[in-house]
Design a protein around this ligand. Structure first.
Ligand code: EPZ
Length: 420
């Protein structure tokens, strides 16, 4: 296992790149199960989860080739196999997004039920409920969801909550179903819009993406059309925080500012300033970090995937901040590690009180999940002394060689291989 060694205290200065969005690329790549022709995806980030998705697609019968220099994934269709095995699904919950495409193409699917993860139980009941309305039936067999249908039929579906994965799975299944599907209380995330835009470029008929009501008129088949994945708004947001927490000034290239509106508003409240220029944004802070309160919500509210990163910055604010995590039931794993660096955080249920301290002190800390890892790196960049962030395979799921990018803007950070 690898760890990152960070010497904190250097304000970051310079320009930093944002890769393609992990959370757009995963459903878009898995939607290639629906295609009956070759396909090239561009701006695909070189991440662990992308390679896990490639392995899954190969197991399902597609031929995939990833060019990490060009960040391109080439897909060739092949005879489909309807089974996503546990040893793969357990490493990446998003594998469940192959359910809709397999049901739509083959009328059958056997997908390991994704277990929970560090941040919560992560059920998929809404996915199954939606497909049952479209004519599928499911059995749970030795930990596998086994789904069958003659053919998915369009239906009117109201989701209990705006689930991102549930919305994506149902859009993909409905895209070549028979008839029209209307999704109510759909999630509105930009990654869903990217998926819908990709499918429409292949001949799908999806309307309303980005709103709470999405209409999908099934078409007979989809023909691949080359597509570039949107920039990763969470990676970009993480770099905005890196500028603020270190008191530096960063130019974040191809930063999707509109998709980060809720995050930018909070960072402005904490004292940061932003100036958009040439498709990117200058991010800086003058004066002390101000405290702020935040509540995570479905898009366009404040994204849960940025909660841990802002909590790291709140630790150094000139006052007390409140965090209300409303999406996942256990997404404060970073707090106890930040406390080991001198932060003052108290957790009660889904609420955290963060009392600002004058400085954080470097320490050995342990990453527990993807965004918690990012939070610890950010804290290490600002802390006095040396921070070691261990088990950064979590970080590698969602950030492409983050230490190289941070080094280029002045961070004293290196990766070491660790025999655990
Ligand atoms: C997606 O996960 C993202 N992952 C997550 O990002 C992100 O945190 C999450 O959306 C919320 O924005 C990908 O896109 C690959 P949900 P997903 O279904 O689809 C409950 C990261 O760090 N729920 O919107 O799994 C669920 O328990 C990752 O990049 C049900 O109850 O999230 C949760 O409380 C972490 N039943 C809430 O809804 C269901 O059938 C939101 O889950 C589905 C979800």
């Amino acid at each position: 296992m690898d760890k990152l060694i960070i010497e904190g205290g250097t304000p970051l200065e310079g320009a930093i790149e944002v890769n393609g969005s992990k959370n757009a690329a995963l459903p878009i790549l898995l939607s290639s199960i629906l295609l009956e022709s070759p396909q090239t995806f561009r701006n695909v980030p070189d991440l662990r989860d992308i390679h896990t998705t490639r392995k899954l697609l190969e197991l399902l019968g597609l031929h995939c080739a990833y060019d990490c220099e060009r960040h391109e994934m080439r897909m060739e269709p092949g005879p489909l196999v309807p089974e996503a095995p546990y040893e793969l699904v357990r490493t990446m919950r998003a594998s469940v997004l192959c359910l809709g495409p397999l049901l739509a193409r083959l009328g059958q699917a056997k997908v390991a039920l994704p277990g929970g993860c560090a941040i919560g139980a992560r059920p998929v009941d809404q996915h199954l409920k939606g497909f049952e309305k479209m004519g599928a039936s499911f059995e749970l067999e030795q930990g596998y969801i086994v789904g069958r249908c003659d053919r998915l039929r369009g239906a009117e579906i109201t989701l209990d909550m705006p689930t991102v994965g549930g919305t994506e799975n149902l859009i993909m299944g409905a895209s070549i179903a028979e008839g029209e599907t209307v999704l109510h209380n759909a999630a509105r995330e930009p990654e869903i819009v990217d998926l819908a835009n990709f499918l429409n470029s292949c001949g799908a008929d999806i309307q309303g993406q980005g709103s709470s009501t999405i209409t999908v008129r099934g078409v007979p088949k989809l023909i691949g059309a080359d597509y570039a994945v949107m920039p990763d708004r969470i990676e970009a947001g993480t770099f905005l925080v890196a500028a603020g927490i270190t008191g530096g000034r960063l130019f974040v290239k191809n930063c999707p500012m509109q998709a980060l509106e809720a995050v930018v508003l909070k960072l402005q409240a904490m004292g940061m300033a932003f100036r958009e220029e040439d498709g990117g944004v200058w991010a800086s802070i003058d004066g002390p970090i101000q405290p702020c309160d935040l509540k995570t919500q479905p898009y366009p509210g404040f994204p849960t995937d940025m909660q841990a990163q802002l909590m790291a910055m709140m630790c150094l604010a000139s006052g007390t901040s409140m965090v209300d995590e409303r999406i996942f039931e256990n997404r404060f794993m970073h707090a106890s590690e930040l406390v080991r660096m001198g932060a003052r955080i108290s957790i009660t249920g889904h609420s955290a009180v963060v009392r600002g301290v004058p400085k954080l002190i470097g320490a050995e800390v342990m990453a527990s999940d993807l965004r918690a890892s990012a939070s610890l790196v950010l804290a290490g960049l600002a802390a006095e002394g040396t921070t070691q962030v261990r088990r950064i395979y979590h970080l590698d799921r969602g950030y492409e060689r983050i230490e190289n990018k941070l080094c280029k803007v002045g961070a004293k950070i290196r990766r070491e291989h660790e025999i655990d």
